[in-house]
Design a protein. Sequence first.
Length: 327
Amino acid sequence: MRTWRRIIFWAGLLIPLPVSTAPAEVSSRMFRGTGMPYDAFDELHTMTLHIGGATQTIAFAPGPLGLTQGRILEWLKTSAKAVTTYYGKFPVPSAKILIVPVEGEGVEGGQAFGYRGPAIRLLVGDFTTEEDLVADWKAVHEMVHLALPDVSPDHLWLAEGLAVYIEPIARVQAGDLKPEKIWADMVRDMPKGLPRVGDKGLDHTHTWGRTYWGGAIFCLLADIAFRERSHNKIGLQQAMRGVVAAGGTHDQDWPIERILKVADRSAGYPVMEELYAKMRDKPYAPDLAKLWTDLGVTPSGNTVTFSQTAPLAQIREAITTPPRDSL
Ligand SMILES: [Zn+2]
């Protein structure tokens, strides 16, 4: 980039010239760094959404987008509604959401931040289509991250596991996905989270599979255990709502023990603490094939069929049914 344009850009930040006139290559460098550019919200044009009792402030970094800003806002609204359905409210009272246009098609990535307040950055390809936004899971995934305190690197599996497990369930509860789709995805993908040779448990095995899908296995097992012990009245959903109600959101740092204790107390059963003791430093491997059978989930081509007479069929249905107090 030519120097004079760079000077104009930085001058724009100082005396706020309209930053939206900055060239796209500046946006990539400036808005895609490792941290969240919180201060950019003072310079960029922002819009607000009010969903789930919260105010979401949306800003668009400079750069081309194939879809209108209005369509992007609709996508964020749909995503925030799904998260609101799951948690009973949007997990934090206010959040900054930065949309960064990048080259490509679809939502290319996302990240949640909390160190200067709850915030999300989403990278949206300039060739993103309507279908891409309808199919997107990343916005909901990042919003689920806002509903958990920041955890230390050894416990990222809990943060990612919750986001991976809750995102599709929230979208089914909100009416955006069919249950068959998400159970088929779980049957296909959860084996990626099983321990391999040499595994030292979730706290000590920081592979992609164990972090994302190993964490999701932990969440599924916890959900089922809560429901088994409570005669299907309480699930992971109530436990994690309890964490949010206790102030455990992404702008906070809590040790994992506190998160699990608050979750278990909210639900009324020490399920997550017990499961953590089992999975934290040992390669605990549940029999997933038996679990699908017990839940009444039978793979069929690239989808699944459901059995209503399987021993855990009612638990499977309860997992994707919105609680009565959801919106
Ligand atoms: Zn994540």
